[in-house]
Design a protein around this ligand. Structure first.
Ligand code: C2E
Ligand code: MG
Ligand code: MG
Ligand code: MG
Length: 281
């Protein structure tokens, strides 16, 4: 390879940026095809109350198996869907499907389960977002209190009046709000006060360090404490071991979600899993 193609050279740069753009374009093309061919589906991960061991909720997570049968992780395709704007339509489909699924579970002996749905900041900025949420609830005949919307800290922290208004209106409607991946993105804690949220989801990076030694649990303990002092309920994500579950329970964390209880499940496996895991709430 010629010297002029070394890192930092113009040719190297254009080659690599070109490759990245081609890959993104390809992904976007494939994603549009996948949407058209109904290749996207939802998986549902149970959320468990630590004190009682009861299943209290489910989180809907998007799944995409491409034409070759390969799983494309949401962390890869959602940013592309966001920047291309197709997250708007996708997000609406996720909400409607998840609520219809919840209705089926409510009618099958699990009347108190709630459904958590991830919402992108792009959706929050849509002028008709609130109306879309309301319509989806009416369509599925689900009371707003069984719907929880998960937003990231960056959404919660935004100073934008529209976003704050939507948060307040959702809250007034009776929908609950959770801050996802809590602890990974904040530059200031002051935004938490007066924010209309109900729940903090402790990011799995703080849970994964809990290993039976005191040091590993420090940050998780602090975040649980912070949430409790703010009057919020706290759920830990990425709970993989019994050690983690026990520690979290001991420090007052309300709920847990993770491979210890279940991986995200296909819709068809939900009732079977719920029945074998425990008693209805
Ligand atoms: P998230 O909302 O923080 O979801 C939690 C992620 O942790 C999920 O990854 C889940 O499969 C994974 N997870 C759950 N339990 C464990 C565990 O015990 N150990 C480990 N290591 N991981 C665990 P997933 O499904 O790949 O989703 C990644 C992210 O993509 C989500 O993070 C969320 O931000 C986004 N996402 C997924 N579905 C949607 C959607 O419908 N809309 C939007 N806007 N974003 C979505
Ligand atoms: Mg989430
Ligand atoms: Mg999360
Ligand atoms: Mg995450």
């Amino acid at each position: 390879r010629a010297k002029s193609h070394g890192a930092g050279s113009h040719a190297y740069y254009t080659e690599h940026v070109g490759a990245a753009i081609r890959e993104r374009t390809r992904l976007l093309y494939d994603l549009r095809q996948a949407v058209a061919k109904n290749l996207l589906f939802l998986a549902y991960q149970p959320q468990v109350e630590l004190m009682t061991g009861r299943v209290v909720g489910l989180e809907a997570l998007m799944r995409w198996r491409d034409q070759r049968g390969n799983h494309v992780p949401p962390d890869r395709f959602i940013p592309v869907a966001e920047s291309a704007g197709i997250i708007r339509g996708l997000g609406k489909w996720v909400l409607r499907s998840a609520l219809l699924q919840l209705k089926r579970l409510h009618e099958s002996g699990w009347p108190e389960l709630r459904m958590a749905v991830n919402v992108s900041v792009v959706q929050f900025e849509m002028l008709d977002f609130l109306a879309m949420v309301q319509e989806s609830l009416v369509e599925a005949r689900i009371s707003p209190r069984y719907l929880e919307l998960e937003v990231t800290e960056s959404v919660a922290m935004t100073g934008a009046d529209h976003v704050r208004d939507v948060l307040r209106q959702l809250k007034a409607l009776g929908v609950t709000m959770a801050i996802d991946d809590f602890g990974t993105g904040f530059s200031s804690l002051s935004y938490l006060d007066n924010l209309p949220v109900d729940r903090l989801k402790i990011d799995k990076s703080f849970v994964s360090t809990i290993n039976g030694h005191e040091e590993g649990a420090r940050i998780a303990e602090m975040v649980v404490d912070l949430g409790r002092k703010l009057g919020l309920t706290v759920i830990a994500e990425g709970v993989e071991t019994e050690t983690q579950a026990q520690l979290l329970k001991r420090v007052g964390c309300h709920e847990g979600q993770g491979y210890l209880y279940a991986r995200p499940l296909p819709a068809d496996d939900l009732l079977g899993w719920l029945t074998s895991f425990g008693v209805p709430t």
